[in-house]
Ligand binder design. Structure first.
Ligand code: SDX
Length: 430
């Protein structure tokens, strides 16, 4: 980060200079940390449209170019050449593992996939039809009850074990939520399977017969994990950072990230998008929904479209569309009704002036639901899969924050627009 230029602010005839900081890529930032003390004013930026909440070396997004880099590597190359655990290692260490580091890390993860057997009793407290995101918020938060005493997260070795435990156990916890929902017996993880195959085994295997792994399908799922692993300071990552800034237990911080991700404006859009496609039902009705999406008086939004940063295209959507086509081809579902409908909807929307003017393009959630449904993952589980993958990014961002020597507890201010100071009237005068 270099400081070359200054921004000058004039308030009531007085001028104030603030340094402009330049990063490696992307927008320069005006360092306004002394603004309040110098001027008595705060900035106002609801939704953080123009606010950098931190400095980070993990992920970079160029919304105009439709570029996503994890530690400098383009997402397209990582999705093609690496597996998710290599990407999780990269996000935390900022470098890809060499062969020995990869073997050691993958071996460690395989040895931590079991959960404390008492943790499985939490599931019985939920209704069978509870939304799995509600279940995993609770169960992941409960992990903090198992891993709290004696943990000192200023100690890198304790952070190592925390990272390993969450990356390793989240697939097990999520698969258990699905099994509980279906009434199927819990499947214990298998250490002989790779990360994505093990997740599919725990989701879809049954104790009464051998489960055959389809390497094409498990590789597709592994790529889906990579595409969702991190994404700068999105809402859920910012939630994890803010929760972690109070030195809260990292398992509880991840649970706060899961809570935020659940919303349909964020990670919940994949579930909402598939429900929307089911509701549209047929290409003949696409025009009706495009019209609704454009209607200011209609709260309907085209789920899976639009993004705060990508104003060209979301590179993950293109990659997800290819993974989707590969999975459907492998399963002989090339004529999948929803996929054809999604393709038609994408084409029509991208030719519509409203979407072009507002730069609304398909985002990561647009094809994610279709490919997950084809893999046999139920709609309500889509955002759980997103959370499984994003946990790698959340933890890397959490660790970057708590190991930053300059970090402070996050404490935004406000513009107060409530009642002016007044005295409490006696009861008879209210
Ligand atoms: C994710 O931040 C991240 O990086 C998130 C994420 C990640 O990896 O962490 O990429 C994952 O959350 C992807 C986004 C998934 N959400 C959806 O697909 C839900 C539908 N999309 C919208 O809700 C919306 O596009 C957002 C929330 C994604 C972005 O919202 P912004 O940046 O606040 O933009 P906005 O809502 O102010 O929209 C700008 C304009 C508005 O019209 P005007 O008020 O200017 O007239 O575009 C319109 C909006 O009404 N608009 C849409 C639309 N998205 C925006 N109109 C119709 N359909 C849409 N999908």
């Amino acid at each position: 980060m270099s400081e070359e230029r200054k921004a000058t602010l004039t308030i009531d005839g007085k001028t104030f200079d603030f340094p402009i900081l330049k990063g490696v890529h992307g927008n320069d930032v005006i360092d306004i940390r002394t603004l309040g003390a110098k001027t008595g004013c705060f900035t106002y930026d609801a939704g953080f449209m123009s606010t950098a909440s931190c400095q980070s070396s993990i992920t970079f997004i160029d919304g105009e170019k439709g570029e996503l880099l994890y530690c400098g590597y383009p997402i397209e190359q990582l999705a093609d050449k690496c597996n998710f655990l290599e990407v999780a290692y990269l996000l935390r260490n900022r470098e890809l593992p060499n062969a020995d580091q990869k073997a050691k890390f993958e071996g460690t993860i395989r040895k931590h996939t079991l959960v404390h057997d008492q943790l499985t009793r939490f599931y019985n407290g939920f209704r069978r039809d509870a939304h799995p995101m509600a279940v995993i918020v609770g169960v992941v938060g409960a992990l903090s009850a198992f891993y709290h005493h004696g943990m000192d997260y200023s100690n890198v070795e304790h952070r190592d074990i925390c990272f390993q435990r969450i990356i390793a156990k989240l697939p097990t916890i999520i698969a258990l939520a699905y099994r509980y929902n279906t009434g199927l017996p819990f499947m214990y993880p298998r250490n002989d399977l790779d990360y994505a195959s093990n997740f599919m085994y725990m989701m879809f295997g049954v104790p009464s017969e051998e489960y055959k792994i389809n390497p094409i399908l498990s590789r597709a799922l592994d790529i889906i994990f990579t595409l969702h692993a991190d994404h700068e300071q999105n809402a859920s990552t910012s939630t994890v950072r803010l929760a972690g800034s109070s030195e809260a237990n990292p398992f509880a911080c991840v649970a706060s990230g899961i809570s935020c991700l659940w919303g349909p404006a964020h990670g919940g859009a994949n579930e909402a998008c598939l429900n929307m496609l089911e509701e549209i039902g047929d290409v003949s009705r696409v025009g009706e929904y495009i019209k609704r999406a454009k209607d200011k008086n209609d709260s309907f939004k085209l789920m899976g479209f639009g993004h705060r940063i990508y104003k060209n295209f979301d590179p993950r959507s293109k990659l997800m569309g290819k993974v989707c086509a590969d999975v459907l081809a492998e399963l002989g579902l090339e004529n999948n009704r929803l996929f054809k409908l999604a393709k038609a909807l994408e084409k029509i929307a991208l030719e519509d002036d409203y979407f072009v003017e507002k730069k609304l393009y398909p985002n990561v959630d647009f094809y994610s639901g279709i490919v997950q449904k084809a893999l046999g993952i139920p709609t309500t589980m889509f955002t759980c899969v997103f959370a499984l993958a994003r946990t790698a990014g959340w933890l890397a961002q959490w660790e970057e924050m708590i190991t930053d020597p300059d970090y402070k507890i996050g404490r935004p201010r406000q513009l107060y627009i409530g009642a002016a100071r007044r005295n409490v009237p006696d009861i008879g005068k209210r």
